[in-house]
Design a protein around this ligand. Structure first.
Ligand SMILES: *[C@@H]1O[C@H](CO)[C@@H](O)[C@H](O)[C@H]1NC(C)=O
Ligand SMILES: *[C@@H]1O[C@H](CO)[C@@H](O)[C@H](O)[C@H]1NC(C)=O
Ligand SMILES: *[C@@H]1O[C@H](CO)[C@@H](O)[C@H](O)[C@H]1NC(C)=O
Ligand SMILES: *[C@@H]1O[C@H](CO)[C@@H](O)[C@H](O)[C@H]1NC(C)=O
Ligand SMILES: *[C@@H]1O[C@H](CO)[C@@H](O)[C@H](O)[C@H]1NC(C)=O
Length: 473
């Protein structure tokens, strides 16, 4: 009797395990258009007019295509393929954290890692960009920052954390934990800044080295694509919070916050990636010299008079009126008598968007050549698509539709967190040889709330347990 019940339950659990695991391991095939690179001669029936049978066929067609590895090799090999992940915001574990939350945080790393794995293997991107807010809080210590970076590298991106372990060994505190050596980083930063400000011809040895050319991997022995980590307010803080400590540990463990990489510069179709720390563009700032350095970066970028298309990667979206996206404009400052940090009175505390004038200045500096481009941002979690139309020599206006000959699209990438369904943004760049311009398209590939992933994993364990228990009843 008991044996019979257990056996029935085992069949039931097996069935659920198979269904849920097939789902989580083939989820992009349920949205094949959104989860594939844009192809210039694509011939897929559009979603609305498909019957159920049509949908099933489409699903199996896509799964089969995946088996043959055909999603990655889209028909045009000269296209540019970028995956963008919005605001993962991984949380920490503290001595008082209840066990359930600990388990949740642990599982969440692998949930995010599952999304990355699926999309990376399916699509073989050239660039993977994480749109800032890698972590959930800027108010954490150096050791915790290092520990989260280790989780970010090894659990989500499945890479060897040896490089950051080495950095830890070079920067130990008394208890053998990582401690950012901010006085060393700060001395170097200020030395470079004053060298550039004081000398007509700056000492070549002392520069921020913002520029790169034709970089396809930071570490060609290990990987054939780029991972770009963007600074978010939860990683380094808004300009009213950002300290030398914040900047040092981000540079130590994630790399530079401002740089450009130019590609195919001597061809008919040059393009570039610009990574911008736009948290440090406005003030009042705690360390105004950081803001100065960011503007220095933008001016150097502008002086290159680059004659191609630009992909701008940054965290905080550009100014737009209320109603276009989930977040409206909202900028806050620390009040007088803000305790215990009274020294922060009047400093920039938070912003949903850059201010209108800074938005115009940045757009003018980066998109001066009038070539089409694309901006990817994070920050608001809900996602949004807007167009910045150049309305006069120096003013850009955000709208839903294209309203000017010169325009740039801004995509606020919807968050990859479980609450927002674990999204991945896909950017395809295609060079149109008739118009001789790059064309950029974006699509959002959703997964599912984290409970679905949990259910698939737990039901696998339950199934194994139930079948094994049959050996004993
Ligand atoms: C970071 O990880 C190390 C090694 O596991 C551990 O000793 C340390 O306490 C952790 N730091 C924090 C702040 O939890
Ligand atoms: C920081 O770096 C400087 C210069 O390399 C070194 O002299 C100093 O001991 C380091 N400080 C700490 C706390 O490791
Ligand atoms: C971004 O971070 C990952 C993990 O630390 C690292 O592998 C990668 O090289 C970093 N990117 C840059 C540009 O430093
Ligand atoms: C492009 O041309 C310039 C000027 O001729 C040269 O300095 C540069 O090295 C070239 N870049 C590449 C990637 O070939
Ligand atoms: C810039 O690119 C356009 C094609 O988009 C080309 O016609 C023009 O000659 C280029 N200008 C320079 C200065 O190279």
């Amino acid at each position: 009797m008991l044996r019979c019940t257990v056996k029935n339950f085992a069949y039931f659990a097996t069935f659920l395990t198979i269904v849920t695991n097939i789902y989580i391991y083939t989820y992009p095939s349920f949205h094949p258009e959104q989860c594939s690179w844009e192809c210039s001669n694509q011939n897929v029936a559009s979603r609305e007019d498909l019957t159920l049978l049509g949908k099933v066929k489409r699903y199996f067609g896509d799964v089969q295509k995946g088996w043959h590895g055909n999603h990655a090799s889209a028909n045009d090999n000269d296209d540019i393929h970028i995956l963008a992940f919005g605001d993962p915001q991984i949380k920490g574990i503290w001595p008082k954290t209840p066990y359930v939350s600990r388990l949740d945080t642990y599982g969440n790393d692998y949930y995010l890692g599952h999304i990355y794995d699926m999309m990376q293997k399916r699509l073989k991107p050239q660039v993977v960009a994480v749109m800032g807010d890698l972590f959930s809080s800027q108010w954490i210590g150096d050791s915790e920052f290092h520990n989260r970076t280790r989780r970010y590298i090894s659990r989500i991106f499945k890479r060897d954390p040896a490089s950051i372990e080495r950095i830890k060994q070079e920067n130990l505190d008394g208890e053998g934990q990582y401690k950012a050596n901010w006085s060393k980083w700060g001395d170097r930063f200020n030395e470079i800044l004053s060298n550039i400000n004081e000398n007509e011809i700056a000492n070549q040895e002392l520069s921020f080295e913002f520029g790169y050319e034709d970089v396809y991997s930071w570490n060609p022995e290990l990987e054939d694509f780029l991972i770009v980590n963007i600074t978010g307010n939860h990683d380094v803080g808004y300009s009213g919070d950002a300290t030398y400590q914040h900047m040092t540990r981000f540079h130590d463990l994630f790399g530079k916050d401002n740089y450009w990489i130019e590609y195919e510069t001597n061809t008919t179709h040059p393009w570039r990636i610009v990574v911008l720390n736009d948290l440090l563009l406005e003030g009042p700032a705690l360390q105004p010299e950081f803001v100065e350095a960011t503007w220095m970066f933008l001016n150097q970028l502008n002086e290159r008079k680059f004659n191609g298309s630009t992909i701008l990667l940054t965290h905080v979206p550009f100014y737009k009126r209320e109603g276009l996206c989930y977040d409206g404009p909202d900028t806050r400052f620390y009040p007088d008598g803000h305790t215990p940090e009274t020294y922060k009175a009047g400093l920039l505390r938070s912003q949903n968007h850059l201010s209108e004038s800074v938005s115009n200045q940045v757009l003018n500096l980066i998109f001066e050549n009038g070539k089409p481009g694309i901006i990817l941002t994070g920050h608001d979690h809900e996602g949004c698509e807007t167009v910045y139309n150049k309305k006069s020599a120096s003013a850009w206006e955000a709208t839903k539709d294209i309203e000017s000959d010169i325009f740039v699209k801004e995509i606020t990438v919807k968050s990859m967190m479980g609450e927002f369904n674990g999204n991945t943004g896909l950017v395809t760049g295609h060079f149109n040889t008739d118009s001789m311009t790059w064309e950029w398209t974006f699509s959002l590939c959703p997964f599912a709330i984290q409970h679905v992933w949990w259910f698939a994993k737990v039901s696998l364990l339950v199934t194994i347990f139930t079948w094994s228990s049959l050996l004993f009843v």
